[in-house]
Design a protein around this ligand. Sequence first.
Ligand code: HEC
Length: 145
Amino acid sequence: MKFSRLAFAVASVCVLSGGALAAQAQAPAGDAARGKAIFARVGCYTCHGFEGQGGVGPKLAPGPVRAWPVFSTFVRTTSRDMPPFTTRNLTDQELADIYAYLTAVPASPAPASIPLLMQLGGRSGLPCKRALPCPGAPLFYAPTA
Ligand code: HEC
């Protein structure tokens, strides 16, 4: 969706800063537990959900999370629906902590590994889909007289 605009933002910043950001392709070490608290404190959660699952803002996690240069440049410089967070309200370390938090959000379990979901898939009347596979057996058997 917005990848090309993000890439453009990153490219612009790299050019403007003489490529200094390019040297920082890897995220600085961050603390995921602190990042979780900061994600809530500065309000990221209001648009992206407590676990980055998405809301009015897009899903940020579980991964793959954007590469660090794209992620950090976007948060610092965005000018669309999301307000930019500068170092005045979010330090570089805090942003690295948030990044550590988002990259550590565990992946959702596969739908097929959730028994109740499998049972509901067979009984809901909804068409079977990849995300909601139909089970082999029904949940309840009709009583026989
Ligand atoms: C007021 C709502 C709002 C808040 C608060 C907010 N975001 Fe966003 N965010 C958005 C929206 C909306 C987008 C989609 C791009 C746009 O329209 O600006 C977005 C996009 C992003 C993206 C790019 C997603 C992608 O892969 O395309 C990242 C990364 C991101 N936000 C991180 C954060 C972080 C980290 C915080 C907290 C420091 C935060 N956001 C706070 C609304 C918000």
